[in-house]
Write a protein that binds this ligand. Structure first.
Ligand code: ZN
Length: 552
């Protein structure tokens, strides 16, 4: 279908409203045909497939030239250590890895053992493999205007930025597609981080598949668990169904993540969900609404339309100012209750950044070499898409969003200071945010929120592992943990910009020239050593091939 759309001349498009009616009609017509056959967890992508959108082929098998190891014995020597738990940097140390497990950390280089493999990491810092707690391996909306970003591109950008585990919040490309990638990644058959698939609950946002009753919700949770889901992502639904999902997921040992869609937040804000057993809130919706003192519903203009995304995000920029102020009783009691419920915030600050400075995001320096042309096209304003809404974004909207960010960041920082768990998620693949790069930007924004850089690393490693219930395996550089390690030149605690694939611009005073320094050197995943620069070079090649293919 996207081929057809692209070939249309502008005047043939008539109006977007007209084509939207067509799409809606075809969805209604296809509903009867598809609803009978759609498996639990496949509801979202089935909508797009019915529109002719093609889900990309699975990532190719890992080649012999991609990644070294695992080794019987691998020694990373002379490296500065940041363990992820909160200890200050120390070193140099040597990290001894046996197969896929960290065996020992010693403060002197151990005696060579015949047959071992060594990496001299002088001048480098070792951090635990990063966990991106909110990802999509691309998304089917892209298929409306062009080819969907292939998984190989996404995976290589993630690994090249030190990301060794991701939580796929919704498996929007299809649960089966995602679970099969997760299985292959766990066996290191593909070049990819480990993937923890969450299935998208068909509540109000998947209206034509909506499950609104208790039994239906419980059956659905059991079905997606049987199909390989480790958790459930929610966006809203009836109280009966949501309560059943939280209860059933908890019973089955599955995680839950909710984006409190504004369509349902009037009856289910963050505190309501937390009381029903929700593990983590995504983004920020539902939090200011839980702290309203002088209203119960967001101050929408009388003629507001949620479906107009610029309007939706523009009004959202005024939402924190309608909520309780910092330091008030409501603010503090909300923090206290979320803390008592062992709740996790996954703010994904980065995905909203264009709202406070759209030019910065549109012109980010990595787009030139690392952003696929179809992905860039998807980011451009288009009312048919999700997240591509900067139609006529004004100075006033950016100013409002800067204030919104300040209030929101202060809540997240206060929650952290009270002992609350904040995990790092990027939601990249929307709104000018490119995989990997968007994640590093989230580290910078957590620091902006008031986190010490070591607290940022905790959020990126230990906290993500706890959220996933995997803290016994990953999330720190400690003996017995899986060998998931990031090696980077220099000290990222003093400057997270060193972690960007494009590196950091720095004046070499002796030579009088500006140089690019940093960029992850190696990402070790399950004891397999990946050359991060080689992964980036693969991505650049994919981008230049796509560019030449698209030029007529
Ligand atoms: Zn998301």
């Amino acid at each position: 279908m996207f081929e057809k759309l692209r070939k249309k001349k502008p005047k043939e498009r008539l109006s977007r409203r007209f084509s939207a009616v067509g799409v809606a009609l075809s969805l209604i017509l296809s509903f009867d045909v598809f609803s009978a056959t759609v498996e639990p967890g496949e509801e979202g992508p089935s909508r797009f497939k019915a529109m002719g959108v093609v889900i990309p082929s699975p990532a190719p098998d890992r080649m012999d030239t991609e990644g070294d190891g695992p080794f019987d014995r691998l020694v990373v020597e002379n490296v500065m250590l940041v363990n992820g738990l909160g200890a200050p940097p120390r070193g140099p140390v040597s990290i001894v890895i046996s197969g896929d497990t960290i065996a020992q950390i010693v403060s002197y280089p151990p005696k060579p053992v015949p047959g071992e493999h060594r990496v001299d990491a002088r001048g480098m810092t070792a951090l635990p493999g990063f966990i991106d707690a909110h990802v999509h391996i691309a998304n089917p909306y892209e298929g409306v205007v062009g080819p969907i970003t292939p998984p190989e591109y996404v995976f290589k950008l993630w690994l090249a930025h030190g990301i060794t585990t991701v939580r796929d919040t919704g498996s929007v490309m299809g649960l089966d597609w995602t679970v099969s990638h997760a299985a292959r990644a766990a066996r290191n058959e593909i070049v990819a981080p480990d993937i923890v698939p969450f299935a998208m609950f068909p509540g109000t946002s998947l209206a034509q598949f909506e499950i609104s009753d208790e039994q239906g919700a419980r059956d659905w949770v059991r079905a997606v668990k049987a199909r390989g889901a480790k958790g459930v992502k929610l966006r809203g639904g009836t109280e009966e169904a949501l309560a059943a999902v939280y209860d059933e997921a908890q019973r089955l040992g599955m995680g839950t993540a909710s984006h409190h869609d504004q369509n349902g937040v009037y009856h289910m804000n963050v505190l309501d969900s937390a009381r029903l057993g929700l593990d983590s809130m995504e983004h920020w919706y539902g939090l200011p609404e839980a702290m309203f003192n002088d209203r119960t519903i967001q101050d929408y203009p009388a003629d507001y339309n949620y479906s107009d995304e610029q309007w939706r995000f523009g009004e959202a920029g005024k939402l924190w100012s309608q909520s309780a102020q910092r330091g008030t009783k409501t603010w503090q009691s909300t923090i206290d209750e979320l803390l008592a419920r062992d709740f996790t915030l996954v703010p994904t600050f980065t995905i909203y950044e264009a709202n406070r400075d759209v030019m910065r995001e549109r012109n980010a320096e990595w787009h030139e070499d690392y952003t696929l042309p179809a992905l860039m096209r998807f980011f451009e304003p288009d009312p048919r898409l999700h997240g591509s809404y900067h139609f006529d974004w004004t100075t006033g909207m950016e100013v409002a969003w800067r204030d919104n960010f300040k209030r929101w960041m202060s809540f997240v920082n206060d929650f952290k200071n009270a002992g609350g768990r904040v995990a790092t998620g990027s939601d990249s693949g929307f709104i000018y945010k490119v995989f990997g790069f968007g994640y590093i930007r989230e580290l910078e924004m957590l620091q902006e929120a008031g986190f010490h850089p070591l607290e940022v690393v905790q959020a990126a490693t230990r906290n993500g592992a706890e959220l996933l219930g995997m803290e016994g395996d990953i999330g720190s550089i400690s003996p017995g943990k899986r060998a998931d390690i990031v090696l980077v030149e220099g000290n990222p605690i003093s400057n997270f910009k060193l972690l960007y694939g494009t590196g950091h611009m720095k004046l070499n005073r002796e030579k009088g020239i500006v140089e690019r320094v940093g960029g992850v050197s190696y990402t070790i995943k399950d004891g397999v050593v990946y050359d991060a620069k080689a992964l980036l070079s693969d991505v650049r090649e994919m981008v230049s091939e796509a560019r030449s293919g698209l030029v007529p």
